[in-house]
Design a protein. Structure first.
Length: 283
């Protein structure tokens, strides 16, 4: 058996493996990965799919979104082969920084390939009620297409590379869930949300004012645009204001992952302005 490139026709089989291992993704989310980077995802197995790795490239930054090996195929060094395939792919794209979010168990493998832990991410599933959905939007406004360049400049400074293709895609798909906060005619914060059959997601979520109230206005306004349901978000544990906001939310499930990097750091400075990551699979 050999590693091969993943195509759209493989999405359902890849999704079945990913969700068998408990991740809970929808086909739209895997399809989004392929639209962002059509050549960057790979499968192992000529019959049943035994392993999958998904990759997205932003400028000189690579993101490994999923690395999943079937339980029936573990112990055969397939995970190592898939990780090396991802690293080789990013090398062909002239990437100088690879990041991923890892469980403590998975971190041991990544460390053997030169990844190091930068910080922890607190992930939470929160419950949105009808009362939350009625929250006022009087302060934060919907992002307009003309706002995108200003938002990309902010996001590039915080993330450390150009994620324009991701932010453009999210804004095009979900303009009703994209909000900004302005002061003196300048954007000082934004939050991008999206819907899927599994619920809702928030991220990226950024606020530059240093005011916890402003950041909370952004997240509450975004959540209010969804209606009732379940929302997933991930925040860095060393952003204390973000952690306070999430602590006040009604949660059904929480867990932690590690942000790990191979090569140049990302989110290297101004972490106090980064309130929510785009997604564990998107960086």
């Amino acid at each position: 058996m050999s590693i091969r490139q993943m195509g759209r026709e493989d999405i359902e089989n890849a999704l079945s493996l990913i969700n068998t291992e408990g991740w809970g993704y929808a086909s739209e989310e895997i399809e989004r990965m392929l639209r962002l980077d059509p050549s960057g995802s790979f499968l192992y197995g000529d019959g049943p799919i035994l392993a999958v790795v998904t990759c997205v490239t932003y400028g000189r930054t690579g993101v490994i979104g999923h690395l999943v090996v079937s339980k029936s195929a573990r112990g055969q060094k397939i995970g190592r082969a898939m990780l090396q395939k991802a690293i080789d792919y990013f090398s062909s794209q002239k990437v100088d920084s690879i990041l991923l979010y890892a469980t403590d168990e998975g971190a041991r493998l990544y460390e053997k390939f030169g990844f190091r832990s930068l910080r922890h991410t607190h992930c939470a599933y929160t419950v949105v009620t009808a009362e939350d959905a009625a929250h006022s939007r009087s302060v934060c406004e919907l992002i307009k297409p003309d706002d995108l360049e200003e938002i990309l400049e902010i996001d590039g400074q915080l993330f450390g590379d150009n994620r324009g293709k991701l932010l453009r895609m999210l804004l095009l798909e979900f303009p009703q869930h994209a909000f900004k906060l302005e002061r003196d005619s300048r954007i000082v914060g934004f939050a991008l949300g999206r819907a899927s059959p599994m619920g809702f997601d928030v991220g990226p979520w950024a606020c530059l004012t240093g005011d916890e109230t402003d950041a909370e206005l952004l997240i509450n306004t975004t959540i209010s645009s969804y209606g009732a349901g379940t929302v997933f978000l991930g925040v860095f544990t060393d952003n204390r204001q973000a952690m306070k906001i999430v602590d006040r939310m009604k949660k059904t499930k929480t867990f932690q992952t590690r942000l790990m990097v191979r090569g140049k750091d990302r989110y290297a400075s101004h972490i106090e302005d980064v309130f929510g990551v785009a997604a564990l699979e998107l960086g």
